[in-house]
Design a protein around this ligand. Structure first.
Ligand SMILES: Nc1ncnc2c1ncn2[C@@H]1O[C@H](COP(=O)(O)OP(=O)(O)O)[C@@H](O)[C@H]1O
Ligand SMILES: [Mg+2]
Length: 346
């Protein structure tokens, strides 16, 4: 039994490799960008790769490679069930509607005419999102019909860039002033005004659809629940000042007594129904109940998030440090041993 791991700095792979070394698990480091990657994996039973939504290379083929290997019978992280909807909020709308998961009411239109008709009839504010993006980058509040019509015209006209250098620089400045990033990071943001990121050059414009959600007011935090192979860990993120977006604010609350048990049970239920390996759910509170705004198989790994305990599916809480990346490796081993490409939890 051998596990292949694609290594990328600042990704899950550092922890996967540590876990394999510590536990004597046979593994090899591979480079998924190699043309003969499939041949290189012939002596392996599994591939683990935390591919990234703003890597210009990953977005071209990472899902296709992973799903192909899964079709060929290998265990893969992330697998199809966990990641076909990665960085795809449109996909998530239909997915959660199909299983009647408690999600913020969402609206998608694929023609200007349909979109304008909806704008005419609906009430505001609403939240406009591109299908991809993270850290709140492509999420904004739409306060009026006039503003919504402008968005619709842009969506079915020139489209939206996925990287806004001015917004990005303002965000770096906010982080710097809050002591959340370095001066060098701000300088990099200034350079980005003149030199577009490889991702923005590659990704092109988003156009031909519009996606909105009902705006759920009065949330000074969102709730992030990370499901990983039958366990959940969680924290809250504070919204930026004068803003409704928590994702990417960098201000995190690790007081576990603030995590609604209902959010945990929804995460377990949805992950179980969809047989997910890993799922980071963002929740907001609506009428005293948590509802999902989006999900992602991947999440930003950091030591501080791995110190505040986790829950099992019966909502028993286990305080202290834990290693969700080890759970992922164990999940792969279980899939290999039981010859299932998806994790079959009992
Ligand atoms: N429909 C909504 N109503 C109120 N707040 C929302 C809504 N959708 C998102 N948010 C807030 O905006 C943040 C970013 O939205 P999200 O859909 O998670 O996008 P991203 O992929 O950028 O994280 C969330 O963390 C949440 O705080
Ligand atoms: Mg989010």
């Amino acid at each position: 039994m051998k596990i292949a791991i694609h290594h990328r700095e600042n990704s899950f792979s550092k922890w996967w490799l540590n876990y394999c070394v510590k536990n004597n698990i046979d593994h090899k480091v591979v480079n998924c960008y190699d043309n003969d990657i499939v041949q290189q994996l012939e002596d392996c039973d599994a591939l683990m790769w935390q591919h990234h939504h703003i890597s210009p290379r990953d977005i071209k083929f990472a899902k296709q490679l992973c799903f192909s290997l899964e079709m060929g019978g290998k265990a893969v992280f992330p697998n199809f069930r966990s990641s076909w909807h990665f960085d795809d909020k449109l996909g998530q709308k239909y997915l959660f509607e199909s299983i009647k998961a408690p999600m913020v009411t969402s609206y998608a239109f694929y023609s200007k005419k349909e979109a304008k008709k909806w704008v005419d009839e609906t009430i505001f504010p609403k939240v406009f999102k591109l299908r991809g993006g993270a850290s709140g980058d492509n999420v904004r509040l739409v306060r009026s019909k006039k503003e919504a019509l402008r968005i619709v015209r842009q969506a079915f006209g020139p489209g939206f860039g996925q990287y806004n250098a001015v917004k990005n620089l303002k965000e770096r400045w906010r982080m710097y002033r809050g002591g959340l990033t370095t001066w060098n990071d701000v300088l990099r943001g200034i350079v980005r005004l003149a030199v577009p990121t490889p991702f923005s050059r590659m990704a092109g414009k988003e156009r031909g659809y519009v996606y909105f959600q009902d705006f759920i007011p009065d949330n000074d935090h969102d709730i992030r629940v990370n499901f990983v192979y039958g366990r959940c860990f969680a924290f809250r993120r504070k919204v930026r000042s004068g803003d409704f977006r928590a994702s990417g604010s960098g201000v995190v609350d690790f007081d576990m007594s603030n995590i609604p048990q209902k959010a945990l049970s929804i995460a377990f239920e949805v992950a179980d129904k969809l047989q997910l390996q890993s799922a980071a759910f963002d929740f907001v509170i609506h009428n005293h109940e948590p509802i999902i705004v989006e999900v992602s198989y991947g999440f930003g790994p950091s030591e501080e998030k791995l110190e505040h305990g986790y829950w099992d599916a019966d909502l028993n809480y286990y305080p202290g440090k834990f290693d969700p990346f080890g759970w992922m490796v164990e999940g792969m081993i279980k899939s290999i041993n039981t010859n299932t490409t998806i994790d079959e939890r009992e």
